[in-house]
Design a protein around this ligand. Sequence first.
Ligand SMILES: [Zn+2]
Length: 266
Amino acid sequence: MAERNDQRDHGRDSMMRKAATLGRQAVTEDDLALINQLAAEEMTADQVFTFKAVLCDNKLDRHFERFTRKALDELRALFMGKTVIKDHNPSADNQVARIYKTELVTSATELVDGTTEPYTQLVAHCYMLTLESNADLIAEIKGGIKKEGSVGFRVSSAICSICGTDNAKKYCRHWPGKTYDKDEGKVLCTFTLDGASDAYEFSLVAVPAQRAAGVSKSYTGKTEYEPETPDNPPAPPEPGADPEAAKELEMRARYVEARLRSNASK
Ligand SMILES: [Zn+2]
């Protein structure tokens, strides 16, 4: 399975993937007007089914990475008009929906932990045609059975919180999720993703749960794994994670290409 994923991603060496969450929404007149700007022929409300998806946000995720708000805004522009695929294979048959509106939804009250940045989600509004061939998928989204997707993208910058190195250019010796001794005490290493340069895909399939063991970095197209030594115990649980959040985070496991795993074992 992993090998197939590997082939599918061939040529997208620095693509990163994150989980997205789907939700229901009703078709409004405004939606229909936007859809009709993209559609080849005039659509009526009963010819389309729309849904929304949180593509990403600016919170620290389970990989100890977070987007800047600027990166979210860049992704907002990049994902506009993109087709939505059923799995990770962008063949014509799999193109089931299209993004007709993207927006940043900013919380009026919630700040991102440890920052003064308001919590922000990148939300994509998508439409599908209510064709017989889409009936199962529409029912699954409506019924809340299908509620996860994933986005594939590329960033030009991944800054280490410990040393400031841009790991999209050159890997430093720090690993996201590990704590390091600094003058001010123990500091958690996180990576800040910025400069979104490509939005490859929005797939209506959850990020595969299997993930190579260990901490890894995959920002330059080459994946590097933290060496296993007695000095490198497994990553501590995310600070402040409650059981419910931990469960949610577990579901958001990111998929790492097998190609990269095989590189690591060489
Ligand atoms: Zn570093």
